[in-house]
Design a protein around this ligand. Structure first.
Ligand code: FAD
Length: 458
């Protein structure tokens, strides 16, 4: 007997329930990844993520080959390709992880229907992409939690499923045709500082980071220059690491650092359960405040300055330049940059979210859109009208100015205080920096926002 395993956002062999179930049910298994042109058409295969994905697929293939198998890659509409592979190998079952986005939900329905017509059973596995399945815990009277803290309390009590080891051997039928694997060499427009993707480097990174930095995560994770966070987000995005395994391994180490890290992983699950229940929140305001955002046309120059890291607010510019260079940004920096665009410049959050998705190597419809909505005050933030002040935030989370100096070389010679407020320098010194004056007066931005929200909030 043969079973197909459709890999999606779960590109790993360790702790992979669909693969484990397929191996238990069948003598031979087809590990399949489909490159769906629909994803390309929707603009979701931005170069940084395409490169990381190519690394992940190569790593997965190499791991499968060490176990006697291989990865089968096909290009085409996903339902058509899975159906064709199921026919080619005479599969009785197809296994896959449950997804949450509108696309993933539709994919699952259409696969079930198409395969069902041939008598092939689709088996969908929960808690593969998240630690706790979306929808597994709900508050009384609703299909999802709309506030993080009660969700976290409930999530923390949930019993996680046991993890499973990587299989020892995987036998793949010869008959199934595959395509050459993509490689990052074929891509252009990559951020120069991209990490290498794949389960193997992901596992190494987690092991190294947990040994050396997890213990200090609680105090250190908001320090912009300290770079004390795990940088595991792209590995989690592509499922090269299992969130269940990470939670369990962090908990087994114990301590305040591990608890704080697990709490961040819970944020990821939180957003997944919101989007699973409200897939339209990837595009529309989760909680409409009746904003009349400035559009891309109205704010074209401000948006360009923000994207390029020349707003004149050093910590915002450092954040945006880090994004361009690394395809990644520190969480605090993302919050600052997003709040600045949405609230201070009063530009539609979707414009910023799109730019992030174009560059982030961990760019994720779930976490990106919902964090943007959080920062814009249209999402799940319980204080939606607070506005972050980039100068105060800079002083607080980058007290030595090291983060700004790293990314904004024009300011590298300024002292700890003026590095966050270069406009305080005497005019001749300021002009010599070659760094722009502030794009907007913060007080003006605040007034505009408060006025708009004051009118809009119902
Ligand atoms: P760590 O601090 O080491 O945290 C561990 C893991 O927890 C992360 O890898 C991530 O998977 C998860 N996590 C941490 N914070 C959050 C959060 N606020 N929401 C959801 N999950 C979280 N994260 C993405 O994975 N993809 C995105 O596209 C994305 N876009 C964002 C956009 C904005 C405007 C903001 C404010 C945040 C965004 N985040 C996104 C969340 C967060 O910034 C990143 O997950 C985090 O910075 C990744 O770095 P890390 O792996 O070192 O995190």
């Amino acid at each position: 007997t043969v079973a197909v395993v459709l890999f999606t956002s779960d590109l790993r062999l360790h702790d992979h329930p669909p693969l484990r179930a397929a191996l238990a049910a069948a003598d031979e298994v087809v590990p399949l990844f489909v490159r769906d042109p629909g994803v390309h058409a929707a603009g979701f295969d931005a170069p940084n993520r395409a490169a990381f994905l190519a690394d992940c697929l190569r790593d997965l293939d190499a791991s499968l080959r060490r176990r006697g198998g291989r990865l089968v890659v096909r290009t085409g509409p996903v339902v058509r390709e899975v159906d064709a592979v199921a026919v080619e190998c005479g599969a009785a079952e197809v296994h896959m992880a449950a997804g949450v986005s509108g696309y993933a939900q539709r994919r699952e329905e259409r696969l079930r229907e198409a395969l069902g017509r041939r008598g092939v059973v689709l088996r969908v596995h929960d808690a593969v992409i998240t630690a706790v399945a979306a929808g597994a815990v709900t508050p009384a009277g609703s299909d999802h939690y709309a506030v993080f803290t009660p969700y976290f309390r409930r999530w923390s009590r949930e019993r996680l499923r046991g993890t499973c080891p990587a299989p020892r051997t995987v036998r793949v039928p010869d008959a199934v045709r595959g395509e050459p694997l993509p490689s990052r060499g074929e891509l252009s427009g990559l951020s120069p500082g991209l990490p290498t993707g794949g389960e193997t480097p992901g596992r190494e990174r987690f092991a190294r980071w947990a040994r050396s930095r997890l213990a200090e995560y609680e105090e250190g994770h908001d320090d912009l220059a300290g770079d004390a966070t795990s940088r595991l987000s792209p590995y989690l995005h592509f499922g090269a690491l299992s969130p269940v395994e990470l939670v369990q391994r962090a908990r087994s180490r114990g301590g305040a650092g591990a608890e704080a890290f697990v709490r961040q992983l819970c944020w990821r699950d939180f957003h997944h359960q919101v989007l699973a229940a409200r897939p339209e929140a990837s595009r529309r305001d989760y909680r409409p405040r009746h904003d009349q955002w400035r559009t891309e046309d109205e704010a074209a120059e401000d948006i360009a300055a923000w994207r390029e890291g020349r707003t004149g607010y050093p910590v915002v510019d450092a954040a945006m330049r880090q994004l361009l260079h690394e395809g990644w940004m520190h969480n605090r920096a993302r919050l600052l940059a997003a709040s600045f665009l949405a609230k201070t410049l009063y530009v539609d959050w979707r414009v910023g979210a799109r730019h992030f998705l174009d560059l982030l190597v961990d760019g994720d419809l779930v976490n990106n859109q919902l964090n943007w909505q959080w920062a814009a005050g249209t999402g799940t933030d319980t204080r939606p009208n607070r506005v972050l002040n980039p100068v105060r935030q800079g002083r607080r989370y980058d007290p030595s100015g090291a983060y700004v100096r790293r990314w904004v070389p024009e300011l590298k010679d300024l002292d700890d205080r003026t590095v966050h407020e270069p406009w305080r320098l005497p005019e001749d010194r300021r002009a010599a920096l070659g760094y722009p004056a502030p794009l907007i007066d913060l007080a003006d931005g605040l007034t505009r926002f408060q006025h708009a929200r004051g009118r809009g909030v119902t």
